[in-house]
Design a protein around this ligand. Structure first.
Ligand code: DX5
Ligand code: ZN
Length: 246
């Protein structure tokens, strides 16, 4: 598996001090920042949009290389993933990770006349994200079978292949939920087929659950409450890293 990438989820940060929280987490050893974007539609919760991302971007140095330190890993829990690609690129997003479930059913309920433009296949959406100059990720919810990902991962066109797959280990929407070990066979299946793929896990990760996820083959580790709620976040970050790299 590729080396560990630790991506604290700022959903558990102090929103009144977001800029400082972001720069501090990077200083404490985080590689990426995981930025949870929720639209109150794809998931039953709301977080923040491009203007907030612009502001926090200025507190964290831009990565100097692909997958480098300071990468903004935007987890797009939104019903219309295609619609926001350009806006988030402009705001400073480096990796745009959309949900497979949203891409295949995005029909713009509020504005049916636009629906044909917003509907897009996962392959086309990945190509579009790459054309805008971002890394592309594709996420699946706990109930979605891993097999739906073979189509993009096996595409003959490099631009249609994702740079990362996110296997949700909780139902998306909220921080602080219980880790679902039942989804780990999906991570194992991905790792077996794609030894070099960046496989991210998100939800309920911390010192008590990291070993199972790492053994299954995950290397990109999101942790919200476990990092931001810790007395010593630096220690938790290095513990997570060591569990993956062991
Ligand atoms: C949940 C989000 C997660 C969340 C993880 O919908 O995608 O990124 O912040 O929080 P913890 O690590 O507390 O489960
Ligand atoms: Zn997330």
């Amino acid at each position: 598996a590729p080396p560990a990438i630790i991506a604290p989820s700022i959903l558990s940060a102090d929103f009144a001090n977001l800029g400082e929280e972001c720069s501090r987490t990077i200083k404490q050893g985080a590689d990426w920042l995981h930025v949870d974007i929720m639209d109150g539609h794809f998931v039953p919760n709301l977080t923040f949009g491009p203007p907030v991302v612009v502001k926090i971007r200025s507190h964290v140095e831009k990565p100097t290389q692909r997958y480098g330190k300071g990468t903004f890993d935007c987890h797009m829990m939104i019903a219309e993933p295609k619609k926001w690609v350009k806006e988030f690129k402009k705001a400073g997003c480096d990796l745009y990770c959309f949900h497979y479930e949203a891409a295949i059913s995005s029909t713009a309920a509020e504005s049916p006349e636009d629906s044909s433009e917003l509907k897009t296949s996962p392959r086309e959406l990945i190509r579009y994200i790459h054309d805008q100059g971002m890394l592309a990720g594709i996420a699946i919810k706990p109930a979605t079978e891993v097999d739906v990902l073979w189509d993009v991962l096996d595409s003959p066109h490099e631009k249609e292949r994702p740079d990362m797959v996110l296997v949700m280990t909780v139902e998306p929407g909220f921080g602080g939920q219980k880790f679902m070990a039942s989804v780990l066979p999906k991570v194992e299946a991905l790792r077996e087929r794609y030894p070099d793929l960046n496989i991210e896990v998100d939800g309920g990760l911390g010192p008590g659950t990291i070993d199972q996820a790492a053994d299954a083959g995950a290397n990109v580790i999101v942790a919200g409450s476990a990092v931001f709620g810790a007395k010593d976040p630096a220690e938790v970050i290095s513990l997570l890293r060591d569990a993956v790299n062991k």
